[in-house]
Design a protein around this ligand. Sequence first.
Ligand code: SF4
Length: 383
Amino acid sequence: MNYSEFKKATFWKKAQNENVICLLCPRNCVIKEKGLGFCKTRTNKGGTLYSLNYGCSVALTEESIETEAIYHYMPGAKILSLGNIGCMMNCDFCQNWETSQMRHVDMKNIIRVSPKEVVDSALKRGIKILSWTYNDPVVWHEFVMETAKLAKQCGLLNLYKSAFYLSEEVVRELCGVIDIFSISLKSMNDEFYQKVTKAKLSPVLDAIRIVSAHKKHLEISQLVVTDLNDHDEEFEKISCWIRDNLGKQTPLHFVRFHPAYKYKHVSRTPLDRLYRAKHIAEKVGLQYVYIGNLYKEGAADTVCPVCKTILVERFGLKIKVSDGLSKEGNCLKCGEKSNISLNNHDAPINNLNEQMQNFKNRYSRREGSFHWNREINSVLIFL
Ligand code: SF4
């Protein structure tokens, strides 16, 4: 191992016998000389903790902000998505397991990038938002912080998509540079967390409360896994917790699961369970509840909770902002504040209206279905 290529880690302390304790996530791994933490991205060399994945990235991808389960911030905005390798959790149903679980990573797919290269790449493409996503950005914290700071200096925004199992000090540091948080809450059951994700629930909830207290843009999603966390009690608990701790305006996304990793023996999430989740969350009082990963009309529209005007129409990842939404993000019909932040972002909306209509026409002309019960990386569909 050539340690000169690695980066000295932040958030750790020395322990007895030249061991170190990593403080990045609540797991607090005690790491011996040349040993690795649970995430396999941090090692101890001579009593100092090093990050092994600094600047190790999967290919940078241009996507739209809706890909990250963010519907209330600059709808339709382009983002530059970055992911790296490793994870502080190990969810049996992980949808990104080929990069999140180190033993499965194919290093041929990994490139080395510098903070400046990432920022330059976004600027060159006219992209205003960097999205820290895929495996989990927690485990390349040093690279995220350095790049996110540089991005801000260059007028860019940062989006952080994470399962949010991290230390409170780290959350506070992130709040200094991250503008938009998309947090995946796996369940409201601690036993589920420990057994299925190998983490714990309460640090995740505490970390989410800190983001909310910092008044950052925040949306929550739950991956609804068939026969695992897809029952009424679960939907009610997550909805009530969000209403009582983050406010009823906080968007909640129930995301459709596809079979992956150790969860290949079940089918995709049945539609009735997703609609049931949406119904329960709305009944509990949440104002903006969405179904993600689903191409069905109405599943992901933003509707004014008072007068029911459609404010943003979505079909898959295509969006159409309605004339009923003011530049300030309020419903023009009844005046209700929607909490949608357009952030002076009105340029792409007309294009998107047209794009979505074309897409919808094409899609509805040839709608079909297939039984999806095995892991699929890509599907080529001729329309
Ligand atoms: S970030 Fe990795 S090494 Fe550090 S405590 Fe968490 S799992 Fe352990």
